[in-house]
Design a binder for this molecule. Structure first.
Ligand code: PGA
Length: 243
């Protein structure tokens, strides 16, 4: 099984989401080994509920159960409308919305409390990679996010910040090395069994041309796709690249 996550970010109205899903549904039947997960904007979630083979996700939430948090939405509310997984720690949230490791940690705990599967995103900036800090940055992000969290089902996504939305993906070797490193950290924290069963996805400028190479690598259990997940044809070609 390989996981294909579409992160639509702030794209698609309801009619656009509906048209996409109508075109996608008959095509994914050909790929029974592909798990298709989509995180649309909140407003298009209801379009997704109609299609049961696709896992429904959200891109954001606030880690309190309820209260005076104008503009925010809780894990319980998302669960209530059929959301199954949630992106946490995406670099756009970290940089554009100043989300800290402490907030990300609270989000992981709140998601788990409400039985939402976290996709924990980690990634280093270009400056950090050039300074040879990539491994320590990633280790720190994982350790902070999962601090005192007992072994449990999550998905990890390695998304180098410099590769997101830039058209400049990491090499398969870079991703594979970092995935192995992430798994070694999980092993230290959670033991070998959990480290082995936690899927680690690669994200950052995945497209129809490079997906196959990533997906062939045994360290990579799937891909998290932004831009190229907005068009059915491109997304299907990415899924076709699976093994
Ligand atoms: P991209 O985005 O595929 O457009 O680089 C990936 C992501 O942000 O998850």
């Amino acid at each position: 099984m390989q996981i294909f996550v579409a992160n639509w970010k702030m794209h698609k109205t309801r009619p656009q989401a509906k048209a996409f899903l109508q075109a996608l549904a008959p095509r994914i039947k050909n790929y029974p080994n592909a798990e298709i997960w989509i995180a649309p904007p909140f407003t298009a979630l209801a379009e997704l509920s109609a299609n049961s083979s696709i896992k429904r996700g959200a891109q954001n939430f606030y880690p309190a159960d309820q209260g005076a948090f104008t503009g925010e939405i809780s894990a319980e509310m998302l669960k209530d409308v059929g959301v199954e997984f949630i992106l946490i720690g995406h670099s756009e949230r970290r940089t554009l919305f100043q989300e800290t490791d402490a907030l990300i940690h609270l989000k992981v705990k709140a998601a788990l409390k409400h039985d939402l599967l976290p996709i924990l995103c980690v990634g280093e900036s270009l400056k950090e990679r050039e300074a040879k800090e990539a491994f320590s940055v990633i280790e720190n992000q994982i350790r902070q996010a999962l601090k005192e969290v007992p072994p449990t089902k999550i998905v990890l996504a390695y998304e180098p910040v410099w590769a997101i939305g830039t058209g400049k993906s990491a090499t398969v070797q870079m991703a594979s090395e970092m995935h192995a490193y992430c798994r070694s950290i999980l092993e230290k924290m959670w033991g070998q069994e959990w480290a082995l069963k936690t899927p680690i996805l690669y994200g950052g400028s995945v497209n129809q041309d490079n997906a196959k190479e990533f997906l062939k690598n045994p360290e990579i259990q799937g891909v998290l796709v932004g831009g190229a997940s907005l068009e059915v044809e491109k997304f299907i070609q990415i899924i076709q690249g699976g093994v």
